[in-house]
Design a protein around this ligand. Structure first.
Ligand code: 13P
Length: 348
C-alpha cells in the first residue's frame, strides 16, 4: 500500500468548496427514479441521463469526484470518449461503487448486510488499472424496535473494514458508508446515539484490520429525526447532534468525512450541511456526496424535455453551486425558499 498516495487522494476528494456526486445508483434504484418521471430505464437512457451530469460545463469547479456504477464506468460520451477518461481530463476523480447490494441478515428480522466481499479483490484489480481512484461500499443500519443489534453493526463493520483494506492494497481510497436510515419513527437523539455507537465499532474494526485511516473516507448520514417521526426537522439540532457524533466518535486522523442526502429534501440537505459547516472546528475536510439532493430537479427537467439537455445541465450546475456554498457554511439560506427547483424537487 502506498500510504502517501492514498492520503493525497483522500485530501483531494474533500478539498474546500468541492464535493462528490453519487451517480452510482444500481439499475433497480435507477428504475424507481426513472419510473417516477415516466422514462423507460434501459442501458441507453441511463447513459443518456448520466451524460448530462458528467458533462455539465463548469461542474469541475464544484466536483472533486463522481461515484460511478459499473455500467457507467465502462460507458462513453456521445462523442465516444470513455466517461472516466473524460472526468480525468477535467481533474474530477472517477470512483466506483463496488458492493453488490443488501441482503437480509439471517436470524435478525429487518436487518441487512451488504454482499460483495468474495469477488472484491478481482473487482478492484480491474477497476484500479482502468483509472478508479476511489471506491464506495454502502452498509445500512436501520433504527426500530430493538434494532440495530450489535450483531448487525458487527457484521457490517467487519465487511466495511475488510473492503477498505482490500481497496487500499490496490491503491484505491475506500469510502466506508454505514448509512443510518432516515426511514422510521425515531428521534434525532436516537439517530445520534446509533451513529455514535456505529462509529465506535467501525473505527475499532478498521484499526484491527489494519486500514490506514488517513487514506480512507467516512460517508455518513446526518443525525435526522426519522421520516415518520411526525415532528418538524430542526436544522440546528440536526447540525449539533451530527457534529457531536462526528467529533466524539470519528478519529481526527481520518482522511475526510462526506455526507449522503438520504431522502431529505434537497433544501434540508443543503441547509443541514451549511449549519454543520458553520459550527466549524472539524479536524477533517467535510463535504457532500449526494445523489438525490443534487439530482432530483435535474432528472425531472431532463425527463420533461430530453431534447433540451442544456436546461437540465444548468439546473445541475445550480445545485452544485448551492452544495458547494453549503459545504463552506456560506449558503444564503433565504434564497432557497424562493428557489422553485429546490423546494419542489421533493415532489419527484
Ligand atoms: P443519497 O444522497 O440519495 O442518499 O445517495 C447517496 C449515496 O450514495 C447512497 O449510497
Amino acid at each position: 500500500m502506498n500510504e502517501h498516495e492514498l492520503e493525497q487522494m483522500a485530501k483531494k476528494l474533500v478539498e474546500p468548496g468541492k464535493g462528490l456526486l453519487a451517480a452510482d445508483e444500481s439499475n433497480n434504484s435507477c428504475k424507481k427514479r426513472f419510473d417516477a418521471v415516466s422514462v423507460a430505464c434501459t442501458e441507453q437512457t441511463r447513459r443518456e441521463y448520466r451524460e448530462i451530469l458528467l458533462t455539465t460545463p463548469g461542474s469541475e469547479k464544484y466536483l472533486s469526484g463522481v461515484i460511478l456504477f459499473d455500467e457507467t464506468f465502462w460507458q462513453s460520451t456521445t462523442e465516444g470518449q470513455v466517461f472516466r477518461e473524460y472526468l480525468k481530463g477535467k481533474d474530477v476523480a472517477p470512483g466506483i461503487k463496488v458492493d453488490k447490494g443488501l441482503v437480509d441478515l439471517p436470524g435478525f428480522p429487518n436487518e441487512k448486510v451488504t454482499q460483495g466481499l468474495d469477488s472484491l479483490s478481482e473487482g478492484v484489480e480491474t477497476y484500479a488499472p482502468a483509472g478508479a481512484k476511489f471506491a464506495k461500499w454502502r452498509a445500512v443500519i436501520t433504527i426500530g424496535d430493538g434494532i440495530p443489534t450489535d450483531e448487525c453493526i458487527g457484521a457490517n463493520t467487519y465487511t466495511l473494514a475488510r473492503y477498505a483494506r482490500i481497496c487500499q492494497d490496490a491503491g484505491i481510497v475506500p469510502i466506508v458508508e454505514p448509512e443510518v436510515l432516515f426511514d422510521g419513527h425515531h428521534t434525532a437523539e436516537q439517530a445520534e446515539q446509533v451513529m455514535s455507537h456505529t462509529f465506535d465499532i467501525l473505527f475499532q474494526t478498521m484499526r484491527a484490520f489494519r486500514v490506514h485511516l488517513p487514506g480512507a473516507i467516512l460517508k455518513t448520514s446526518m443525525a435526522l429525526p426519522g421520516k415518520d417521526n411526525g415532528g418538524v426537522m430542526d436544522n440546528d439540532e440536526v447540525a449539533e447532534r451530527t457534529v457531536r457524533a462526528l467529533h466524539e466518535h470519528v478519529p481526527p486522523e481520518l482522511g475526510g468525512v462526506v455526507f449522503l442526502s438520504g431522502g431529505q429534501t434537497p433544501r434540508d440537505a443543503f441547509v443541514n450541511l451549511n449549519r454543520i459547516a458553520k459550527l466549524g472546528g472539524h479536524p477533517w475536510g467535510l463535504t457532500f456526496s449526494y445523489s438525490r439532493a443534487l439530482q432530483d430537479p435535474v432528472l425531472k427537467a431532463w425527463a420533461h424535455d430530453r431534447n433540451q439537455p442544456a436546461g437540465a445541465k444548468e439546473l445541475f450546475l445550480k445545485q452544485l453551486e448551492l452544495a458547494s456554498a453549503a459545504s463552506k457554511g456560506e449558503l444564503d439560506e433565504s434564497a432557497l425558499d424562493t428557489d422553485n427547483f429546490v423546494s419542489h424537487a421533493q415532489d419527484l
